[in-house]
Write a protein that binds this ligand. Structure first.
Ligand code: NDP
Length: 276
């Protein structure tokens, strides 16, 4: 029997998840159906209940429901606990297992797809929202020499860095600062703000980009964003957007559900918008 999965969000039309998971199912020979569910705002639990009652095996969760899914889950993985948000659920009887694969997806893209070692490097993360929360522990597990979180609302960066210091299993220095306090140059600069969605630019100075650094915008499908343009002006030639992260977090969910990890290269090639 065909197993059913779906992504739930509102809006949901824009979601690439059905395309990605259908492609993964084809290359791995898995018999699944993957659809989109438009969840009513305020009606997340009812919509998921209905999907489960109809035999659904698992769901991806996108905006604005990642916190609702956190509350709905019965068993939260450490990744979801640290992120305070859930982006994948697996249903087994009364159990709702929940994960957040955004961070591991980012790290896999950096390390495996882009060949960018994080170990021993200075990492700067712009933004202190859900994406940064999800990314922090997997990034720290790579053993960077230092992680600095910079955010417009400085208190959020400070709170998040304190939380990361509590949770991490190593002793990587982590700090939270405002844009005026960023000092020195960084080997990996990650834009985890939502500024690129509206073609805005966080007030970062050119000196933050070390020679030979990787500038990575988690936003995808927008071409050369103002952040990537800034990095380019600073002389950075290694530029990437979040399309690989999107594909890798999906592959993690697929492997968790189906026990087989698909290769992501064809999906990344299909979804890539050139950075020009
Ligand atoms: P949140 O809404 O949780 O956080 C947004 C962050 O952006 C906040 O820190 C906010 O600062 C900051 N911000 C927004 N506008 C500006 C601006 N003009 N200048 C400076 N800072 C700004 O969003 P998420 O963390 O969920 O998502 C962030 C980005 O990451 C989005 O573009 C999203 O599409 C992308 N993403 C990509 C994924 C992928 O698979 N590639 C997965 C998940 C997210 P403040 O706190 O001061 O408001």
């Amino acid at each position: 029997m065909t197993d059913r999965y779906a992504v739930i969000g509102n809006p949901i039309e824009q979601s690439k998840s059905p395309l990605i998971h259908t492609a993964f199912a084809q290359v791995t020979g898995q018999d699944i159906e993957y659809t989109k569910v438009l969840g009513p705002v305020g009606g997340f639990a009812q919509a998921v209940d209905a999907f489960r009652s109809a035999g659904g095996r698992g769901m991806n969760v996108t905006a604005p429901f990642k916190l609702d899914a956190f509350a709905y889950a019965t068993d939260l993985a450490p990744s979801a606990q640290m992120a305070g948000a859930v982006n994948a659920m697996k249903f087994e009887g009364d159990k709702v297992y929940a994960e957040n694969f955004d961070g591991i997806g980012l790290v896999r893209d950096l390390v495996h797809n882009l060949g960018c070692a994080v170990q021993g490097r200075r990492v700067l993360i712009l933004g202190a929202g859900g994406a940064t929360r999800g990314a922090l522990l997997p990034l720290l597990a790579q053993g960077p020499s230092e992680v600095v979180i910079v955010n417009r609302t400085v208190s959020k960066a400070q709170d998040l860095s304190a939380l990361a210091r509590q949770h991490q299993g190593s002793t990587v220095p982590v700090s939270g600062v405002g844009y005026g306090e960023v000092t020195g140059a960084f080997d990996v600069v990650l834009n985890a703000t939502s500024a690129s969605l509206t073609a805005e630019l966080p007030p970062l100075t050119l000196s933050a980009f070390a020679s030979g650094c990787l500038a990575y915008d988690l936003t995808y499908g927008k071409g050369l964003t103002p952040f990537l343009k800034l990095a380019s002006q600073a002389g950075t030639t290694r530029l990437a957007d979040g399309v690989g992260m999107l594909a890798e977090q999906a592959a993690e969910a697929f492997a968790w559900w189906r026990g087989v990890r698909p290769d992501t290269s064809a999906v990344i090639a299909k979804l890539t918008v050139p950075l020009v």
